[in-house]
Design a protein around this ligand. Structure first.
Ligand code: GLN
Length: 308
């Protein structure tokens, strides 16, 4: 393991070369104009290990829209500050359906399958607003502190564009509200959700911000954000639900907890060892980065660092 750690920079360069033919494969998210403009040929990869070493290759310092990767951080902040009440409002089972699907919500009477599909993340945001008030402000402050990047911000153009094309997310939120599973006004919850998705981060920022999940809940300053047990649980939900209806395939190919976003980023965690982030905007049909998943597949194969 020490030997691999010493060679991480070369390893990441090698992976970037190997996935180069996949740059531009897939489709860039085009449900809002602000995301559709991204250059599909970009690719970045970064690793942060538990000793604080950070390595990267390609466009690893270029900020991109974190989108659904924000769902991991809102869940962590919520669980850090509350009891287990959330689990009365949201399940912990993979959905096997698209991230923005409505169909199971009706069958399960307004209870989303898990916190990493849109419906579940909307309930997490709702709980976080009730807990801290300014949920997005808390999230940004946390991400800035962990990444050491005080310039992190909401991309206002993406946020405005998301808010103007939010019919599906509004429908999900209203539907849950109709079952009594929403505490704050729909408009407030949606506003926070959209702004959280619109935060821009680079692979470098993401691995540093997500390192606590590899470190059994311990933040970079040594303080404990989550208990060991809570960190274990979030990683388990990332593995089973973090890539939506492709979670089985992601476990098969990559074999570590991971959370994707339609901006083309994926944050993956090797518990006890490191955080890895990849970014390439071309998505497969399930909304996961084509070159990103391939790069993570190479990474866990070459290092032997899958959890299996
Ligand atoms: N903002 C996107 C949405 O709510 C996030 C989805 C995603 O990244 N999978 O539809």
């Amino acid at each position: 393991a020490e030997q691999i750690a010493g060679q991480l920079s070369q390893l990441l360069e090698r992976i970037a070369d190997e996935v180069a033919p996949l740059r531009g494969a897939g489709t860039v998210a085009d449900y809002i104009p602000a995301l559709a403009r991204v250059d599909p040929g970009r690719f970045g990869i970064a690793v942060a290990d538990l000793d604080g070493g950070v390595h990267g290759a390609g466009d690893w310092e270029t900020p991109f829209s974190m989108q659904s990767i924000s769902k991991v951080f809102t869940l962590a902040l919520l669980l850090a500050g509350s009891d287990e009440a959330l689990w009365r409002r949201v399940g912990r089972e993979p959905s096997g359906n698209a991230f923005n699907s409505l169909v199971q919500l009706e069958h399960e009477r307004g209870i989303p399958r898990n916190p990493f599909i849109n419906a579940g993340a909307l309930t997490v945001t709702d709980e976080l607003i009730s807990l801290v008030g300014d949920a997005t402000g808390e999230l940004l402050a946390f991400l800035r502190e962990e990444s050491g990047n005080s310039a992190l911000r909401v991309d206002e153009e993406v946020a405005a564009s998301e808010a103007a094309h939010a019919d599906r997310n509004l429908a999900l939120t209203h539907f849950m509200a109709s079952y009594g599973n929403m505490r704050n006004p729909v408009a407030t919850v949606l506003d926070h959700y959209v702004r959280q998705c619109s935060i821009e981060m680079s692979c470098r920022d993401l691995v540093l911000a997500g390192l606590f999940l590899a470190a059994h809940g311990v933040r970079r300053d040594g303080s404990q954000l989550l208990t060991c047990r809570q960190a274990k649980r979030i990683n388990a939900i990332m593995l089973t639900c973090g890539t939506y209806d492709a979670a089985g395939d992601f476990a098969y190919r990559v074999g570590v907890p991971g959370k994707s976003g339609v901006g083309g980023g994926i944050l993956a965690i090797v518990p006890g060892r490191c955080a890895v982030a990849v970014w390439s905007p071309g998505l497969d049909k399930r909304g996961n980065s084509v070159a990103g998943v391939a790069a993570l597949d190479h990474f866990t194969t070459l290092t032997g660092w899958s959890v299996f």
